[in-house]
Design a protein around this ligand. Structure first.
Ligand SMILES: NC(=O)c1ccc[n+]([C@@H]2O[C@H](COP(=O)([O-])OP(=O)(O)OC[C@H]3O[C@@H](n4cnc5c(N)ncnc54)[C@H](O)[C@@H]3O)[C@@H](O)[C@H]2O)c1
Length: 427
């Protein structure tokens, strides 16, 4: 029987990244909450009041810093609610890499007691919680699932960089081992949510719901990317076509572009993996991934054609990249597809400069850190590639961009943030 009441909740969040830290901050306002992260550097930064992800403010961090742990894990013995928010990336062969989830399951097993609940928030494929994590927890804790300990799954839908859809405002899906677990989860999350809670019938349904959300987005973007390639061959302006199509009430408004990061560019592989395991080789999902992964090459080819037409000698060209992160208004650089384009031109151009006001320079791979500049140079670039639509870039005037260019120049505006003008090209 699960009979934990929410007023007795003692929580630990495992993994204090983009997902874990804001959750830790919100739950701390109502419950005794600890935060644990395996990364010492991350913990030290947070204890000093600095969240490099810009998710939680210094003042809030001040209130919770005493409860951020790296060592001193004896404090976890008092915990009855473990919430796991560790990364779930893919291996090079695109198969799900559950190593961190497995490690955190082993770790929390040391502190798990009878009557406790383990809630997983990391994105997974259906079956991971009860068929992969639970057997590990049983093995390492010597406790029995559904008798001694219980589980829940609640996917996080946070969108870093989005000031409207914040953690409190996003509808939350929950599902627990049984009704009392689900009720407990509902009480826990409704302590800070201003949005709705949806109860999924089973943990597997909740797991599947998250992974299809991101796969659906990936496929939709892939469709727009594909039509962009078609219309490019036909010399038609895709942005103008989309502008017209968007006037229909049920046209889905997606934009062409690079799909990187660790959610939309990764989660479809989780779905594809579990699908293949169940005997069905997915077509649309896999094609979507292929198309979106090809976008960097497509952009390079398109730019090359323009360079040739404008008679710019690439071997003598200085190129500036504006925006390096995987998406706008977010410092996260992991799996950013801008680097597909950078790598291509690194071999071709005379000089490459990289600029991104949100980037933390030490996050840059050594291969690129020499190319990073604090400020772009005036009258210096033959080609500028605007690769990320940060608010900062949108706030600049056209004259600011032109002041960086040589007399003969091209601006390639991947994100369609500048007005249409001669020498400014778009996808
Ligand atoms: N970032 C997003 O936009 C987003 C949105 C929705 C869902 N998700 C999902 O949430 C999960 C977490 O993503 P994230 O972006 O917060 O990752 P992140 O890399 O920002 O943070 C994860 C943290 O977990 C820590 N960690 C790794 N192994 C650990 C362990 N064994 N014990 C304790 N801490 C450990 C890491 O040091 C890191 O600080 C992933 O499954 C991701 O797919 C992410």
């Amino acid at each position: 029987m699960f009979n934990l009441q929410v007023n007795k909740a003692k929580i630990c969040i495992l993994g204090l990244g983009y997902i874990g830290l804001p959750l830790f901050n919100e739950l701390s306002k109502n419950f005794y909450t600890l935060g644990y992260d395996i990364n010492k550097k991350r913990v030290l930064e947070l204890q000093k009041g600095n969240d490099r992800n810009n998710q939680v403010k210094k003042n809030d961090l001040k209130n919770i810093k005493e409860n951020i742990l790296h060592t001193n894990t004896e404090r976890l013995k008092s915990i009855n609610t473990f919430i796991v928010t560790v990364p779930t990336p893919i291996f090079k062969n695109k198969k799900p890499n559950l190593k961190m989830l497995i490690e955190s399951s082993k770790f929390l097993s040391k502190y798990l007691s009878k009557g406790n609940i383990v809630i997983i928030e990391s994105t997974v494929f259906p079956g991971v919680v009860e068929e992969i994590c639970v057997p590990i927890i049983e093995k390492y804790s010597k406790l029995r699932y559904k008798k001694d300990f219980f589980c829940g799954y609640s996917p996080e839908r946070i969108n870093p960089g989005d000031e409207l859809n914040t953690i409190k405002k996003i509808n939350k899906i929950i599902s627990g081992t049984n009704k009392s677990c689900t009720k407990y989860m509902s009480d826990l999350y409704s302590s800070f949510l201003e949005s709705k809670i949806h109860v999924a019938d089973t943990i597997k349904i909740a797991e599947a719901s998250k992974v299809i959300e991101n796969a659906q987005r990936d496929v939709n973007i892939a469709f727009i990317n594909e039509i962009t390639m078609i219309f490019d061959r036909m010399k038609l302006d895709t942005n103008k076509i989309l502008e017209a199509a968007r006037t229909k009430w049920n046209f889905l408004d997606f934009k062409p572009g690079l799909v990187g990061g660790h959610c939309i560019g990764v989660d479809p592989y989780y779905l594809s993996y579990v699908s293949s395991k169940s005997g069905y080789n997915p077509k649309i999902i896999n094609s979507g991934r292929l198309i979106n992964n090809y976008m960097g090459s497509f952009i390079c080819k398109k730019i090359n054609k323009i360079i040739n037409k404008k008679e710019i000698d690439i071997k003598k060209a200085n190129i500036l990249f504006l925006g390096l992160t995987f998406k706008e208004n977010c410092p996260d650089i992991r799996n950013s597809k801008v680097f597909d384009i950078i790598k291509y031109y690194q071999k071709k151009a005379k000089l490459i400069h990289l600029f991104d006001p949100l980037l933390i320079k030490e996050d840059l791979d050594n291969k690129f850190s020499d190319l990073y500049i604090k400020f772009p140079k005036k009258n210096f670039y033959d080609l500028i590639i605007i690769s990320v639509a940060h608010k900062y870039f949108k706030s600049l005037k056209i004259k600011n961009y032109l002041s960086l260019c040589k007399k003969k120049y091209i601006i390639f505006d991947v994100k369609n943030i500048l007005p249409k003008k001669p020498n400014i090209f778009k996808l």
